[in-house]
Each structure stands twice: as structure tokens, then as C-alpha cells.
Design a protein around this ligand. Sequence first.
Ligand code: C2E
Ligand code: CA
Ligand code: CA
Ligand code: CA
Length: 272
Amino acid sequence: AKDALTQTVCYYEVSMDEVARDRRGIAKDLWLAIERDELYLHYQVQKAVDSGSVTGLEVLLRWRHPDRGMVSPAEFIPIAEECGAILPIGEWVLREACREAASWQEPHRIAVNLSPVQLTNADVAGLVGRVLEETGLDPTRLELEITESTIIGDKERALRALRQIKALGVTIAIDDFGTGYSSLETLRSFPFDKIKLDRSFMSEVEQSAQAKAILRAIVALGQTLSVPVLAEGVETREQLDILVLEGCDEAQGYFLGRPGPVGEGTARKDAA
Ligand code: C2E
Ligand code: CA
Ligand code: CA
Ligand code: CA
């Protein structure tokens, strides 16, 4: 029995070691990804639920690794946050997205994801101001998406940075709303311009009366606070119909448009 235990422990250690080595491999390659030109951006449309008009495009980072192929941001972003590569990568995403959007014919708003690490470890407001100036993008065309976990860290510092960013004319959306621990506290103390309801609610809203009741309550909350609510992860016509009935403001998801190289109606100026 003792041998079996030892074997199990050794096996476990070896596999943990492999995971760690793999993470280190990814971390090492992340630092090179920018200069090797392996990163690019996809955009996913956000639409008004009532009119169907485009309200914005979320910017989603893509990484094509020379050996691994496509690596999901769900996999590499946490590693980038841990090893610090998220700072140069996040800066690259912001600059690239603003540069691309400034060349579009349609002046759609872009929504860029901001990592908690960026908000608490760098002068992110200074960076945003510089990038807007460099690229000439109208500040009102930029929205930053932050998660509640962003704010749990150094709250004062995060709040100060958010205020500075808002003073530039940039808007802030709270991402993955409903998954954190302090949703109401967060809403009370931070200056948000949009609530993005986490897609886990959408996946359940047709089956679960509870998920629907929560959707209804959050839409009402948004109305009370005069903050639009966007539902993420809308995959079916039926889900969109529910959003219409519940008076949800905006929607995003595969049913409305998959992430892709350029969003709808965003032909480059020089292509016209
Ligand atoms: P997120 O911010 O919640 O982004 C939305 C994710 O949902 C995207 O995954 C998108 O492709 C996916 N999605 C959109 N519509 C649907 C749908 O109808 N159904 C389902 N099941 N999924 C849908 P993606 O592109 O794989 O990104 C995953 C996460 O990685 C993002 O979640 C975000 O947290 C992070 N991420 C992506 N790009 C960046 C970036 O530039 N910076 C930072 N800091 N994080 C990023
Ligand atoms: Ca992308
Ligand atoms: Ca997001
Ligand atoms: Ca989200």
C-alpha cells in the first residue's frame, strides 16, 4: 500500500511538473509574441436589442503560436497576468485596436478588455491618454471592460485610475457581471457606464426561472442607475426574444455575430 501511495505521489508530482513546464513555455513565448508578429485582433459586434443597430465592437486578442497553433486567450491571459507579459501585450492591444478603429469608415465604438494587472501595476490612465493622442481616436469611441476582480485588489488605486480614464472621455463597462462576490458594492462605489451580464445567465435563461428573474432584476437595476445593460453569450433567437421582452438594452453573442477580423460595416476608409 505504501508503494502504491509513493507511486501516486510521484506521478502527481511529475504531471504537475509538466503543467508548470508548459506554463513556463507559454510564458516565455508570450514575451516574444509581439515582436514575432503572432498576435492579432478579432472584433465581435454588440447590438441594441430593440433596433438591432451596432452599438460597439469588443476587441478580442488572438495568438497564433508557431508550434502550438491557436492558443485561447482563456488559457494565455491568466499566464500573461502571472508573468507580467500582460503589460506589454495589453498596451499592444490598446494601441493596435485604437489604430485600426481610427481607420474605419464607420465610427463604431470599440470595447477593449483591461486586465486587473494593468489597472493596478501601471499608469494605465497615462497610457490611454497617450494612445488616444497618438492614434487620433475620439475618446468617446473607446470603452474599457473591466471585471469586478479588478477592483478587489488595490481599491483606491483602481478607483483613482478609473476616474482619470473617465476624465479623458473614455467609458467603463463592468464585465462578467454577476460572477463576482461584491457586485452591488462595486456598482455603488465605482463609476460605470455599462453593465455586461455574464454569459452564464444567458445559457440558463430559457430553462431556469431563477436566471430569468435575475436578468429581470439586473435590467431594472440598470434602469434605476441609468446604466445600460448588455447581455453576453446570446446564441439563439429565443434568447434574444427574451431580452426584447425583458427590455434589456444591448446584446452580444454568436447569434448576433461571431468574432472576426473586422466587424460589420467597418470597411477601411481607404477601401471606400
Ligand atoms: P470576455 O471578455 O468575457 O470575452 C467574451 C468571450 O466570449 C470571447 O471569448 C468570445 O469569443 C466569447 N463569446 C462571444 N459570444 C459568445 C457566445 O455566444 N457563446 C459563447 N459560449 N461564447 C461567446 P475569447 O475571445 O476566447 O476570450 C476569452 C476571454 O479572454 C475574454 O472573456 C477575456 O476575459 C479574455 N481576453 C480576450 N482578449 C483580451 C485582451 O485583449 N485583454 C485581456 N486582458 N483579456 C482578454
Ligand atoms: Ca483579438
Ligand atoms: Ca470582455
Ligand atoms: Ca465577458
